[in-house]
Design a protein around this ligand. Structure first.
Ligand SMILES: NC(=O)c1ccc[n+]([C@@H]2O[C@H](COP(=O)([O-])OP(=O)(O)OC[C@H]3O[C@@H](n4cnc5c(N)ncnc54)[C@H](OP(=O)(O)O)[C@@H]3O)[C@@H](O)[C@H]2O)c1
Length: 279
């Protein structure tokens, strides 16, 4: 499986399985299906409420730990450094793991009264403890990245951001690359919106490949890390087939031209949702 080398010398499988909106009760079966199909990289988060289910699938898989890549993310109510440090133990307990491969600050929350640079210092401490092999960020605009790098002692290994054909994010991807940070593309299928697109359908029809695989191949050829989510084994398998699809420069240009600067998710500059409950 193609792997991307990160700025701390570790490597991450470029293709993974996303688990947002998979309830805990279903996460075990979905992740088990993904692992059975050949996925070796799973993306979860404290916010998703399914680390237990993900962990059960990992435990039952029998796959050796060093062949798996597991990411989780710090919830928005855990930005205070002491809470961040305690929360990784909770995540590891739920996942049934001794360490995660990657731990991310899920959202920068630049308008709340806890400075994400202080949170980053806690992330660095967590990495030092060995409970996360690598640390990174998610949804960080360029200015937030620069503040974290100026105020911290480590550069995030990844910035996980919304990227899909309608929101190609080339400016922020270039900033990431310039700082040595790999881009992870969340909602790579635009949460299902790509399936109604005539341009994508035409490319898929000509190549004899599913629309999902065409879009995911576009991400892979751009060098981004992806982890589409799907709710049944057929779709999980279909998405995995993207690794065999090769797009011509003409097809890539046609997909590039779909960029409309249109977000699906919240704007990280203003997003400030903090869950009240303990997670
Ligand atoms: N860091 C962040 O803030 C953030 C935010 C959002 C997402 N993420 C991560 O990124 C992952 C992927 O993003 P996402 O879950 O938002 O959306 P996505 O992967 O772009 O799209 C998932 C949607 O596409 C459908 N789908 C997937 N494969 C399909 C196929 N082969 N044929 C037809 N429909 C298909 C799914 O339907 P069914 O489920 O019904 O099969 C679901 O509705 C998440 O799971 C999560 O791990 C991170």
């Amino acid at each position: 499986m193609t792997a991307i080398t990160l700025n701390d010398g570790t490597s991450i499988p470029q293709f993974g399985f996303g688990t947002w909106q998979i309830p805990d009760a279903q996460a075990t079966d979905r992740v088990a299906e993904a692992l059975d199909i050949g996925y070796r990289h799973v993306d979860t988060a404290q916010m998703y409420g399914n680390e237990d289910g993900v962990g059960r699938a990992i435990a039952a898989s029998g796959i050796s730990r060093d062949e798996l890549y597991v990411t989780t993310k710090l919830n928005n109510n855990n930005h205070a450094p002491d809470r961040a440090i305690a929360s990784i133990d909770d995540s590891l307990n739920r996942l049934g793991l001794d360490y995660v491969d990657l731990f991310l600050i899920h959202w920068p929350l630049p308008t709340i009264d806890i400075d994400y640079v202080d949170t980053w210092h806690a992330m660095e401490e967590i990495r030092g403890s060995g409970k996360a092999r690598s640390i990174g960020v998610s949804n960080f605009p360029a200015e937030c990245l620069r503040r974290v790098i100026a105020g911290g002692s480590r550069v995030p290994v990844v910035n996980q951001i919304e990227v899909h054909p309608y929101f190609a994010q080339d400016a922020l991807r270039a900033v990431n690359a310039g700082l040595g940070i790999a881009t992870q593309a969340w909602s790579p299928l635009a949460q299902g919106q790509v399936f109604d697109d005539p341009v994508l359908a035409a490319i898929a029809g000509r190549l004899g490949a599913p629309v999902s695989a065409v879009v995911l191949a576009w991400h892979l050829q751009r060098g981004d890390i992806v982890f589409p989510k799907a709710s049944n084994a057929e779709r999980i398998r279909e998405n995995f087939s993207a690794r065999e699809v090769r797009l011509s420069p003409t097809d890539v240009a046609a997909i590039d031209a779909l960029d409309a600067g249109r977000r699906i998710g919240p704007d990280p500059e203003t997003f400030a949702w903090v869950p009240a409950e303990e997670v």
